[in-house]
Design a protein around this ligand. Structure first.
Ligand SMILES: C[S@@+](CC[C@H](N)C(=O)[O-])C[C@H]1O[C@@H](n2cnc3c(N)ncnc32)[C@H](O)[C@@H]1O
Length: 325
């Protein structure tokens, strides 16, 4: 469980807070990054989060006139800023300890609660998905978003269990999976299915991709894009995005049309090609941080970059379906 901001020293080092600059914290959460940044320099912070549950914490920080909070998905950062530019965008992708700890949010198979998983608390729930999608779609979601080897088998188990009534709770779903595939080793057999459903319901990869594109649009020249991810699906999107936006493709690439190759000037400079990992001390204190990765790009002064082909894996997305009201 994450009870403190992950890789905070590395985030601050990448940011280099300066007086008078404005930073966008796209994933406010418990406000750990925002608070530390405001303490580090006489700067301004605009924080976003799509979870209405963070409002109370945001109100506490709003006593500081240099802090502003907007409740919105970070993919809309360019729209909500209405033309304002910033000197850094910081994204700490994933679920917060608060969200995981509250059983009623339905994120964790270790806590009994409704099978919900919606960060924004609106739209279809994980229960809607589990009870209405086809076996093929569930299998693909578990395989692509959960990298679950037994995706097909688990999808079949779910379809069969639906004959006995709707699956509406976290423990109900975890039990169906555990009874069906058995338990080997330390990791609960429902771990990857829960991750997959959470990514699907919140369209987390689509949000990340659109958030990176929006960040590019609102960063001033010299502005920093700092992204902390927790698993390889997310990190791959950030890595590919920064790669295609930061170097001249040799002869075109899957992501960049060859026709624009000649004129392509990079939108980002990479400070460090390699990914930054948490310190040994942080991993020792919080073993869950071991999978965290930080990537940093610095915005050049190039505007109007060529359009980006999608960097997303091909799997169902939540907006593909019509959900009962
Ligand atoms: C890992 S926590 C961030 C923790 C934060 N850095 C801190 O120091 O407390 C992630 C937060 O981002 C929010 N979030 C995730 N995806 C989002 C999105 N697409 N748009 C806005 N907020 C999002 C979640 O609701 C959650 O509160």
């Amino acid at each position: 469980m994450r009870h403190y901001p992950v890789m905070l020293p590395e985030v601050l080092a990448a940011l280099g807070p300066k007086a008078g600059e404005t930073y966008l914290d796209g994933t406010f959460g418990n406000g750990g990054y925002s608070q530390a940044i405001l303490s580090a320099a006489d700067c301004n912070v605009i924080a976003l989060d799509q979870d209405p549950n963070v409002r109370a914490r945001a109100e506490e920080l709003s006593k500081n006139p240099s802090f502003r909070f907007i409740e919105t998905p970070f993919s809309a950062m360019d729209q909500v800023l209405g033309g304002e530019k910033v000197d850094a965008v910081i994204l700490d992708i994933g679920v917060s300890s608060m969200q995981l700890d509250q059983g009623e949010r339905g994120f964790s198979f270790m806590r009994a609660g409704p099978l919900d998983m919606r960060m924004s608390q609106s739209g279809p729930t994980a229960s809607d998905a589990v009870n209405s999608l086809s076996e093929g779609d569930l299998s693909r979601i578990f395989k692509v978003y959960g990298e679950e080897k037994q995706a097909g088998r688990i999808a079949r188990l779910i379809i069969r269990a639906r004959d006995d009534g709707a699956i509406t709770t976290t423990d109900g779903l975890a039990g169906i999976i555990e009874r069906g595939v058995g338990r080997r080793g330390k990791i609960h057999p429902a771990t990857r299915v829960f991750q997959a459903l959470r990514i699907f319901i919140n369209d987390e990869l689509g949000e990340l991709f659109r958030g990176l594109v929006a960040a590019e649009a609102i960063l001033n020249p010299g502005g920093r894009l700092i992204v902390v991810t927790f698993h390889s699906l997310e990190d791959r999107i950030v890595k590919k995005f920064l790669r295609v936006r930061s170097e001249r493709p040799a002869s075109g690439s899957r992501y960049m049309p060859v026709a624009q190759d000649e004129d392509f000037a990079p939108g980002f400079n990479l400070k460090s090609r390699s990914v930054i990992a948490p310190s040994e001390q942080e991993v020792a204190e919080n073993p869950r941080s071991r999978s965290a990765k930080l990537r940093l790009g610095v915005r050049t002064d190039v505007q109007d970059l060529p359009p980006l082909d999608s960097l997303l894996p091909r799997a169902p997305v939540v907006s593909d379906y019509r959900w009962a009201a």
